[in-house]
Design a protein around this ligand. Sequence first.
Ligand SMILES: Nc1ncnc2c1ncn2[C@@H]1O[C@H](COP(=O)(O)OP(=O)(O)OP(=O)(O)O)[C@@H](O)[C@H]1O
Ligand SMILES: [Mg+2]
Length: 221
Amino acid sequence: MIVDGVTTEHARLIAIGEIAAEIAHELRNALQVVATSAYLAKLSPATSAPHLAKIERHTRIAQEIVDDLMSLARGEPAKAEPSLLADIIVHARASLGEDLHVHYTDELTPSTLRVRAHPGLLARVLAVLYDNAIAICAPRAPQIVTRASAGDTGTVILVSDDGPGVPTDIATRIFDPLVTGRAGGTGLGLALAKRIMQAHGGTIALVATERGACFRIVLPA
Ligand SMILES: Nc1ncnc2c1ncn2[C@@H]1O[C@H](COP(=O)(O)OP(=O)(O)OP(=O)(O)O)[C@@H](O)[C@H]1O
Ligand SMILES: [Mg+2]
């Protein structure tokens, strides 16, 4: 089929190219930890055990990221299962690196809240949001608040920070690939987050707030 001069195969190849770039984007933190830990292990072989453990942990995280995101390249809907949101949050933060100074506050109602989601993919969405708040506030440690509750129409997760907020000139385009408002950014994080939410039949949006930035994720019931 040809739509606007683009065949379905061509459109699929474009999507796969975007997903490949997004996988590379998500692997950066794990590779950085592996490189730093390998360097430290080499410096002091006698005390290398914790560094080797870190390398093992982050290599596994990298493998999970590739496996999870490849399912998006196959065009499959996300394999959602009832999962503890608190565990997904822990997983998201562990993938960001281990020596970051961030003040996290979680308000999950109830604290044992379960969501219907692919745990690895939802962790990527949260990691993208946390990663952005950290990058935008650097070198200051941001305050990041995660709120979540379930309603009739699904689960709503709000992630907000105390940074400068999203620049108004790009606010309507931040979920498009390659739109960035910061030096060193590539504009892939939020595009991936949107793709993952679409694979869940859910949504992600920027919401108005008095201070900082606030993102709302909705997972269907
Ligand atoms: N928490 C936030 N506070 C302020 N601006 C934000 C926030 N999150 C995203 N943005 C804005 O949205 C832009 C797009 O974010 P996105 O994650 O897609 O790309 P990036 O962070 O610029 O680059 P990449 O994630 O590919 O390294 C950011 O450059 C920034 O301008
Ligand atoms: Mg980003």
